[in-house]
Ligand binder design. Structure first.
Ligand code: ADP
Ligand code: PEP
Ligand code: K
Ligand code: MG
Length: 579
């Protein structure tokens, strides 16, 4: 009747009397497991309900053959999530993840610990700045804090990329360009500063540039007109006065369009490759690739990482150019996550387009199930001031309302005097907006675009969609998911459920990667092949620790990985009420 590879949707209630099985859309009233019988989907009684899909029908009771391996008795909670849970309860847990750029202002062990306590989920190291030794020290400090103090902070390195359009006026702080003043943009390298002179980091920065073209600093901070070309250097007149910051970004415009962008430079420079080697050696969790222009660059890095046995490092593509926007879907599909790098993006597209582009990228990422970080200038004024502007708080709130997975601090934490405070502004603003969205029931319906190409992928996706609907409708306190590579956890997160998702995994790289996913609290545990055993042990531990109490309801999703004992995949949803 059925052959290996056929799928069957099984709705069963343990100890129920009347069995039914749906096979290829027909209902078969057969008893499938000697130990358990099936029941009709409509009869949801008691507190143990299972809805499962089995690929390859194995009607004998192989599950009974499982050897019970021991659960090591500890719950791999990080101190911050556990503390927050005790203080605020399940529904009070923050869903939006927070990324902090580490710089001189926050690189000491004490400052890093403060950020970890303040809710930093991921520490970002921008390889544009500082020395290899400095980065190594920071990474080791973070790992030490994780090990010794029970934090779970992931490490991200961000490549420098071939940024051809960076300029420096030599002084440590900003310089004002007055209206009508004449400036010299040169590739000559010199120490210190010269009046009205700006160095470009790239020899051919002025290739193809004509007299009359507009030179724009940092996407509009100041503008100049090119009035003379001397070799590769340019003499320019300030037409729109403003500030030149150190390492400001430069672009050229003609007739309202960007010109002079050099597409021939590789996405990863020689220095980037050596930074990547460094990242592999230091065991970083994420590599953010600057100036990705197509999917090939991402695929290339991912292939390289696999050959280096570093395939567990997640590759994030930074969307910060017009080219990237034009190939958005293929880039999102190829990468493990996306950063909306608004800093450079604002140089390449008109600023007024940033909000809609951000929303579009966020939407595409959710459709394709990839985490997305909103980055740059979220609380820029806090680099100098102890309170944010109202507009900045509104911007952060909007990113949370769009259901971005994560928010990022740049200079606010790296060089600002109020990094810790900026982090608490992100924390409080996101918690407030999450609560508002929940209360107003603003969960936008996600028009599911089917991701899975193979049947198992589609099954996992559908199970997670249904599970979240059930969790929301039943008002359970938490969702538990047992996951090796994090796939089921991210498919649940994609549906942005009300209850928090506790993702139990025995892979450390999965735990660290899930740190970036909306609403997921990753827990490192020793999982055995006996899924029922894993579930009851984790619930018992939660109870013993006083985190869960009688009457709490949990929706449990398990995804049994095929093993020699059970060559079948079995995914299931159960609702458990704590006895
Ligand atoms: N590791 C570091 N060492 C020194 N300064 C840093 C470091 N990381 C970041 N910064 C400072 O913080 C600012 C904001 O960080 P970021 O947004 O990552 O870089 P950028 O401004 O170069 O795009 C940088 O301009 C730089 O001044
Ligand atoms: C995050 C960004 O990249 P970087 O800070 O490396 O320029 C950005 O451009 O917004
Ligand atoms: K960078
Ligand atoms: Mg950038």
């Amino acid at each position: 009747m059925a052959v290996a590879g056929d799928s069957v949707l099984m709705c069963r209630q343990i100890n129920a009397k009347k069995p039914n099985v749906h096979l290829k859309n027909r209902v078969f009233g057969v008893s499938v497991c000697p130990r358990r019988v099936c029941f009709n989907a409509g009869k949801l009684k008691g507190n143990k309900v299972r809805i499962g899909v089995r690929s390859a029908i194995e009607m004998d009771d192989k599950e009974g053959l499982h050897l019970l391996k021991s659960f090591n008795g500890s719950l791999g909670f990080d101190v911050v999530s556990e503390g927050e849970l005790r203080k605020k309860g399940f529904l009070g847990l923050r869903k939006t993840k927070l990324v902090c750029t580490i710089g001189p202002a926050c690189c000491s062990l004490e400052e890093l610990e403060k950020l970890a306590l303040g809710g930093m989920n991921v520490a970002r190291l921008n390889m544009c700045h500082n020395t290899r030794e400095w980065h190594q020290d920071v990474i080791r400090r973070i790992k030490r804090l994780n090990e010794e103090k029970g934090f779970c902070v992931s490490v991200m390195i961000d490549t420098e990329g071939s940024q051809i359009q960076v300029v420096d006026h030599g002084a440590p702080s900003s310089v004002k360009a007055e209206d009508g003043s004449i400036w010299f943009f040169t590739t000559e390298k010199f120490e210190g500063s010269r009046p009205f002179t700006v160095q470009s980091n790239y020899e051919s920065f002025s290739e193809g540039i004509k007299l009359g073209d507009e030179l724009v600093i940092d996407g509009g901070m100041a503008s100049f007109e090119v009035i003379e070309k001397i070799g590769n250097d340019l003499r320019c007149k300030c037409t729109d006065p403003g500030l030149l910051l150190p390492r400001a970004k430069l672009s050229f415009w003609r007739d309202g369009k960007l010109v002079g962008k050099n597409d021939e430079l590789p996405t990863l420079s020689t220095k980037d490759w050596s930074d990547i080697e460094f990242g592999i050696t230091e065991g970083v969790d994420f590599i953010a690739m600057s100036f990705v222009n197509d999917a090939d660059a991402v695929k290339h890095l991912k292939n390289y990482l696999s050959t280096k046995s570093a395939g567990s490092i997640r590759v994030l593509a930074k969307i910060e150019s017009l080219e990237a926007l034009q190939k958005l879907e293929e880039i999102v599909e190829a990468s493990d996550g996306i950063m909306v790098a608004r800093g450079d993006l604002g140089v390449e597209i008109p600023l007024e387009q940033i909000p809609t582009v951000q929303e579009k990228i966020t939407h595409v990422c959710r459709q394709l199930n990839k985490p997305v970080i909103i980055a740059s200038q979220l609380l820029e004024s806090m680099v100098e001031y102890p309170t944010p502007t109202r507009a900045e708080v509104a911007d952060v709130s909007e990113a949370v309302r769009q259901y971005a997975d994560a928010l990022m601090l740049s200079g606010e934490s790296a060089i600002g005097s109020y990094g810790h405070k900026a982090l608490s502004v992100l924390r409080m603003t996101s918690s407030r907006m999450e609560l508002w969205s929940h209360e107003e029931n603003r969960q936008s319906v996600l028009h599911q675009r089917q991701l899975g190409v193979s049947l198992p992928d589609q099954i996992a996706e559908q199970i997670c969609n249904c599970a979240v609907e059930m969790a929301n409708n039943l008002g359970v306190d938490a969702i538990f998911v047992y996951t090796k590579h994090g796939r089921m956890a991210s498919l649940l997160s994609r549906n942005r459920p009300y209850p928090p998702i506790f993702a139990f995994t025995n892979e450390n790289s999965t735990r660290m990667a899930l740190n970036l996913q909306w609403g997921v609290i990753p827990l490192f545990v020793d999982l055995s092949d006996d899924m029922e055993g894993n579930i009851s042990k984790s619930i018992d531990l939660m109870k013993t620790k006083g985190i869960m109490k009688q009457g709490d309801a949990v929706l449990v999703i398990s995804d049994v990985i095929p093993s020699d004992a059970t060559p079948t995949v079995f995914q299931s949803i159960q609702v458990k009420t704590i006895a």
